[in-house]
Design a protein around this ligand. Structure first.
Ligand code: NAD
Length: 492
């Protein structure tokens, strides 16, 4: 472990503070951890390595800031969130470039899609708190029921590396809009844009202590945060094993948890599907180098069109360009980290050893080396085998054939996950008969990744606990209260 040297590093021409942000101040730690870019392995800087002490400080700061933030009129809180959104938009190219250097996601996606959604997260939840969050009062035997969403306290937020700032702000924005204060522990592989957000919050006039950031490892800073008795909420996006350990830690304080977890989603191509559309949607499942929780990685294709589909799919997949994610012509960049690359390779190697066929890819890109794993298609895997049941979280799709709808549904629902599903069909009634029986939080029919913040988002089975989006986010972060007022007893 090295001791911390410089507070700021320069990444993609942008100055990034490597320290925590606690109570409106930058705070260093005695130790740091190295952060490297997946693009070329270059060192991006040494990041403050927080633990229980920094978490204690951050939760105390958030608790101190809570009463005034909670008491602030919702419209004033919303105005500050909208200023944050303005500054995110002003600094959008910087945020996009730093994120790309840190996690290897495509720069063009960060510029056009991801960072605009970061700003939208703040605007949307600010607007929802002011204009949408209401329930009509209703009468019970002449008494009036009035439902309100009260600020609840400090929310601990833990987020993954695959869409770092987008996923973090999907929690920060509704928590702040609901009147909570927060402590964020971002993923250790991608710590940088959260630090830029701290600068933005300060510049937008967010009161000190309302947003706090502690950098560090999951087993240190993360574990200390979720075990902290000062939290009123824990919102976590990440893997199932981590969620289980968080649930155990939260149990001691009975802290309510929201979990957005992994998936093994099916992409079901029915016999009546448009094959070109199906192939295009299947290729989209490689987005973000396959590091998308929602990816429909299991291609389930009706046997009558399976050969035609496979040919169309492979033709489209072959035209994908892999390379530097900063290049606008690149379709697939690197995996986020060497540890993750090896994990993906391990899944593919074990599938092959178990008798599956590697129909496409399966190795590092011969020209690029490094962390660039080629888009991969696995066929002939045995039912129930690891590659068909465990989340790989890389550019690895499997293909299985089915003969009947019953079989398609049995395969589709046959994992412990239930995050998403894609259905491709040319017949509305047929598609509806399938979607009705799928167990998944989000289903896309003849499309993929169409998202609206008004919609509920989350997973069934081991893919999650709870839903986020619109009212569902406020239902979680707020203390929902019902006040029943009698018609009698008044002195007027
Ligand atoms: P992970 O569970 O390893 O880590 C996620 C976060 O948890 C990181 O910040 C990490 O530091 C922290 N953490 C690790 N151990 C901890 C502990 N003991 N206590 C507290 N915090 C701890 O997951 P990951 O590899 O970063 O992310 C990939 C996973 O996230 C995949 O399973 C993916 O499907 C899932 N994911 C889900 C969604 C969704 O919305 N459902 C979105 C994105 C990613």
């Amino acid at each position: 472990m090295t001791s911390i040297d410089l507070a700021d590093v320069t990444v993609a021409g942008v100055s990034v503070d490597t320290r925590h942000y606690i109570g409106g101040r930058r705070v260093a730690s005695e130790t740091t951890f190295a952060n490297t870019s997946p693009i070329d392995g270059s060192e991006l800087g040494n990041i403050a390595r927080g633990g229980a002490d920094e978490i204690d400080l951050a939760v105390a700061a958030a608790r101190d800031a809570f009463p005034a933030w909670a008491a602030m009129p919702t419209a004033e809180r919303a105005a500050i969130l909208n200023r944050i959104a303005d500054l995110v938009e002003e600094r959008l190219p910087e945020l996009a470039n730093v994120e790309t250097m840190d996690n290897g996601g495509l720069l063009r996606s960060n510029l056009r899609g991801v960072m605009p959604r970061v700003a939208h997260n703040f605007r949307f939840f600010a607007d929802w708190a002011v204009n949408q969050l209401r329930h009509d009062d209703f009468e019970t035997r002449g008494h009036t029921n009035h439902v309100s969403w009260d600020p609840s306290g400090v929310a601990g937020l833990i987020t993954p590396w695959n869409a770092p700032l987008m996923l973090a702000t999907w929690k920060i924005a509704p928590a702040l809009a609901a009147g909570d204060t927060v402590v964020l522990k971002p993923a250790e592989w991608t710590p940088l844009t959260a630090s830029l957000l701290a600068d933005i919050c300060a510049d937008a006039g967010l009161p000190d202590g309302v947003f706090n950031l502690v950098q560090g490892f999951g087993r240190e800073a993360g574990a200390a945060l979720v075990a902290h008795p000062g939290l009123r909420r824990i919102s976590f996006t990440g893997s199932v094993p981590t969620a289980k350990s968080i649930a155990r830690a939260a149990a001691d304080n009975l802290t309510p948890c929201s979990f957005e977890l992994g998936g093994k989603s099916p992409c079901i191509v029915l016999a009546d599907a448009d094959i070109e559309l199906a192939a295009a949607l299947a290729v989209e499942q490689y987005d973000n180098a396959g590091q998308v929780c929602l990816s429909g990685t299991r291609l389930l294709v009706h046997e009558s069109i399976a050969d035609d589909f496979a040919a169309a799919f492979q033709a489209k997949a072959a035209s994908l360009r892999q390379g530097d994610p900063r290049d606008p012509d690149t379709d697939i960049g690197p995996q986020v980290h060497a540890v993750h690359f090896d994990r993906i390779k391990g899944f593919v190697d074990r599938a092959e050893a178990d008798g599956a066929s590697i129909l496409m890819g399966g190795t590092a890109n011969a020209d690029l080396g490094g962390l660039y794993f080629t888009p991969t298609l696995v066929g002939d895997a045995a039912r129930g085998s690891e590659i068909l049941t465990q989340e790989v979280f890389g550019p690895v799709l499997t293909m299985q054939r089915f003969a009947t709808d019953e079989e398609a549904l049995e395969l589709a629902n046959g994992t412990e996950f239930g995050l998403a599903a894609v259905v491709v069909s040319g017949d509305r009634a047929h598609a509806a008969a399938i979607t009705e029986r799928l167990v998944a939080g989000t289903i896309w029919v003849n499309c993929f990744f169409v998202r609206d913040l008004r919609a509920p988002f989350g997973g069934s089975k081991k893919s999650g606990v709870g839903r986020e989006g619109g009212t569902w986010s406020f239902d979680f972060y707020a203390d929902v209260k019902n006040t029943v007022v009698a018609p009698h007893g008044w002195k007027e």
